[in-house]
Design a protein around this ligand. Structure first.
Ligand code: HEM
Length: 164
């Protein structure tokens, strides 16, 4: 559960620093859900919310069990050369402006990058193959629901950031 709490906190920090992203999520929820409670069954109808969660775990990949995961030696993987001690999610060869928090990247230049179901060596927040995370579907749903509820109710009502 540490990874989820870590990702939630990172998402909140990013949303506080990007009120325009909060605003887009809030608008998407208002248009699709129309004032009702966001349920797990609605999540697939909220692509901008989903992209925001993906962008959070790309830029702030939680480290499971607090064990650092990086390659100690230079390596070749899936046709890519990976320099020693790389963090893949921040590599400018594979991501445009990798340090920028921009969910839109998943609709533009990185529209093919998915978190579940397809192996993409640029985006492995849940590990890969036999030792990959069995909690992936649960983790993504929890994160999406938490952010949806925060943005549509709590953040708006306490006015941490202006909504316009
Ligand atoms: C944002 C949330 C999460 C992230 C980023 C994450 C990421 C990961 C990663 C990268 C691994 C592979 C570690 C390795 O290569 O050795 C892993 C393993 C694992 N995760 Fe997660 N995880 C998350 C949430 C969860 C949740 C919610 C559960 C359970 C309900 C869970 C259960 C596990 C288990 C049991 C393993 C060990 C699998 C094995 O060694 O065979 N994770 N996780």
């Amino acid at each position: 559960m540490n990874s989820i709490i870590d990702a939630q906190l990172k998402a909140i920090v990013e949303l506080v620093n990007h009120p325009e992203i909060q605003h887009k999520i809030r608008e998407e929820i208002a248009n699709v859900i129309k004032g009702k409670e966001v349920m797990k069954s609605n999540l697939h109808e909220l692509p901008y919310l989903q992209a925001t969660v993906k962008e959070t775990i790309r830029l702030h990949t939680p480290i499971p069990l607090l064990v650092p995961h990086m390659n100690s030696e230079k390596a070749k993987l899936g046709g890519y050369t990976i320099p020693k001690e790389s963090k893949l999610a921040n590599n400018p060869e594979w991501w445009k402006n990798p340090e920028e928090f921009r969910p839109e990247r998943f609709f533009e230049e990185e529209s093919g990058v998915v978190a579940i179901g397809k192996v993409d060596y640029r985006f492995l927040p849940f590990g890969i193959r036999r030792r990959s995370c069995p909690g992936i579907v649960l983790a993504i749903s929890i994160l999406e629901l938490a952010i949806a509820n925060l943005v549509s109710k709590f953040v708006n009502s306490v006015c941490i950031m202006p909504t316009t």
